[in-house]
Design a protein. Sequence first.
Length: 138
Amino acid sequence: MPINGVVESKLRFLEQTLAELESWPLGDLAQFAGHSMLRRAVERALQLGIESMIDVAERILAAKRLAPSDTAAQNLKKLQEIGILKDADRYAEMVRFRNFIVHRYEQIEPDIVFGLARHKLDRFRDFIDEIRKACAGA
């Protein structure tokens, strides 16, 4: 299945969001926790990146004429089942974070956001690479 324009657009948006996140000076945890504007910007950028992942998964399932699951994590699992992703659980953690910040936004701990921004951004790049590779080979 070749990547369609919408999927490619979302992957490019995810790449742009990732590049922005990687360019921001997070400092150490104490500096990050004390900088409310940066914390909120990182939260939002992570949310948008994860939303892009969710949208890509839904678009691919629709293109393959597969019914979407009830949750975004289940949609990622479907992509694993059909050979698009290697390990959907790596990305499901990101989806859980997105759900948390959307529904429990008043209780977001800076260390969780900092940890994702400092140590898990490679998951976005891996997702992009897996989608492009699987779709180019189809």
